[in-house]
Every structure is written in structure tokens, then in C-alpha cells.
Design a protein around this ligand. Sequence first.
Ligand code: DSN
Length: 435
Amino acid sequence: MLNYDEIKKVDPEIYEAIMNEVERQYHNLELIASENIVSEAVMEAAGSVLTNKYAEGYPYRYSRKSGELLYRLYGRYYGGCEFVDDVERLAIERAKELFGAQHANVQPHSGSQANMAAYFTLIKPGDTILSLELTHGGHLTHGHPLSFSGKLFNIVPYGVNKDTEQFDYEMIREKALECKPDMILTGASAYPRSIDFKKFREIADEVGATLVVDMAHIAGLIATGLHPNPIPYADIVTTTTHKTLRGPRGGMILCKEKYAQELDKWVFPGIQGGPLEHIIAAKAVAFKEALADDFVVYQKQILANAQALAKGLIKRGFNLVSDGTDTHLMLLNLGSEEEGGPSGKKMEGSLDIAGITANKNTVPFDTRPPFVASGIRLGTPAVTTRGMKEAEMDIVADFIRKVYDNYDDEEQLIKIKEDVQALCAQFTIFEELRK
Ligand code: DSN
């Protein structure tokens, strides 16, 4: 049972901030596509005594003679690791089972660190990466000039087709033939369509590149077979564990056995020091939940809700990038500055006043800068965890239309908030904490 009595006594200021966040999460409609609400079991593991333990190293090492994986042999730089070894081994085994991978490293503190370790395993500074442009749905670590990726590697971006706003594999192939990348990177933070990893593998093979897939957003869909699995095609797959996968905030890397030792060395000691064993325990719990039969029911509902929300928005006159979605997320295209109407930034602020949490996002070929942007990204993982279904998604689409129609009218936005909160109150969370 969740209980924050000790924090209340020891540090009332932090207690107050946490309780304010509890109320915010309870009352607001959470539509940020990369967020979710973890189970109490995941939270308990994340808040456990494992936070006290140093465990630099790994719970196993390879036999020099046979190359065979041997557990519990001199893998750590600290004593007393026998129980965190159990935790990390369980997380590794469950991750491998969940995605059908040969090797898993569950130590990356984040998706960014997972990506960094993956790149360093396959390529060296100065090498060329062909990756998805940020403004077309890519991620900062896929080559933005301010990220390590853009600073250390030669980045050649690919985008979506202007007409379909979807990947055009022939266009990507031509780009690859032109720039001869050392590595091709796919996966996205704001691409609503299914990705054909087989096609990416074929392109990589044709130009002699390695292939990395960042599946962070769609990991839950992949784990349940609702999106094609990149494992058979990619040299290395990276992910976060907290999005559709519904685990704690953190990262993970999956790869073929031939990269395992090099990759592990890049995570530790290459990039990180001591692993966060309490978070690794929470990852293990989340993986167990994801291996259970009802997780596929949850993921199917995420998709059904995304379809219902997209339909509700289109019905109310909105344009969606690529006209819809195959996944948990969609992008509202609010139009350019010349067309009038709110920017992504403005709409994000108006939604916030109405109790709806979402984020501004560039749309393909956006003419506004990323911090202003012409789109809003919406996702259904968190509302689905709360228990909402298709009927509620139509109501949510209606809220969003009302916010759009009144984006500059604070009084109206506050009225909409009352309805938003009434809907959220029907799908309770954190009951014990709020008593
Ligand atoms: N920042 C994450 C997202 O919102 O998609 C990606 O890491």
C-alpha cells in the first residue's frame, strides 16, 4: 500500500511537492505519448532497499575458454552483491524472453545512455549515421547538433515523404546509397506509423551499414506482437522502459550475442558507473507484468483508444499527420502561422489550463521553430492504464476541439477543465494516498 508518512515527517516540502503531483496526475488527463502510470509493485521495487547497494560490474561473466555465459563469477567490483545479482539476472532473463533477444543489458539509466552505448559498440566518432530528422519524428540522440550524437558523428538525416507523411523506403534507400552510412538508425519519438524493420535491414545490407533500432515508444506493442519486432533485423535495439512498456524510468539494450561483451563494456565502465539496482528491480517487475497474459489486452486497448481518439479528432475537423496512426500516438497538425490558429506552444498552454497534458511537437516540414512548433503530440498509454476506453476517447476528442475553439479564452478553458476533471474522477488512481 502506498504510504508517504515518513517523507511527510522528515521533509514536508518534498512531501508537499509529491502530494501536489499526486493530485495533478489524478485530476489531469495525461495524453503525453511517452508517459504512463506504473503499478504499485513497480513503485515498491523502485523505492526499495536496493537503492543502498553499489554493484559496478555485471552479475555474470563469460568463460574465456568456451565463450559460454557463466553467472556469478567475479562479475562485480563490490562484495555483498549476491542478491542484487539475483535481481539483475531476473531482469535480463525476462527482457530476453519478452523480446526474443539473445542478450540484454538492463543497466542504462536512460534511453540516451542506451543509445550512446549502442553507437559506440558499432561505430567510432566521425563515422556517418543515417537517421530520422528530429522535426520528422526523430529523437535528440538520433543526431541533433546539441546532443553527443550530433557532435561526435556525421549525421545525414532522412525525412518522411511530403505527400504521405510516412517513410518512403525507396527515398531512404537512395539517401543511403548516396551517403554510404556506417550505421542506419530508425525508431522515433513522434512517428505515428508502423515501421518496416525488414526494409531497413535490406537497405543497411545493401550499403554495408549496421542497423540500430530505438524502439522506446513502441516497446510495449512489440512485446505483445502488436507491432513487428526489430530483434531479428537490427544489430542492436535500444529502448526506454517507461513508455508503452509501463516500467520505471530507465533504459535497456538488446542485441545479438556477438555484440554482448563489447556492448556491456560500453555501458560499464564505458559510460556509466554503478547501476541503479532498485530501478533494475522495478524493470524486472515490469517485465514480469508484461509477460503476463493481460498485458496484451492492455496493449490492444491502447491501440483501440488511439484509433478512437484519431477518429474523434478527424470527425471534428482536425488534420492528423499521415491522416491517422498505427500506434499509440498521433500528431495534430494545427497548420502554419499564415493559416491562423494557435501554434503548438499556444495550444499546449491552452490544453494545460483545461487540465489536459500534452506536448507541442513539430510536424513534418514545419515552418515554426521546434520550441513553438505547429503540432501537438497525443498518446493513449496513460489514459488506457486508468481504464478509459473508446467511448471516453470520443469525449476527449470533444474536449480538445473545445479547447481549440476557445484557445485564447481562459474563462471557457477553466469551464472545460471542470468536465475534464469530472471524467478523470471516474477513473481513480492513488486512492490510498489521497485519503
Ligand atoms: N522525451 C521522450 C518523448 O517524449 O518522446 C523521448 O525520449
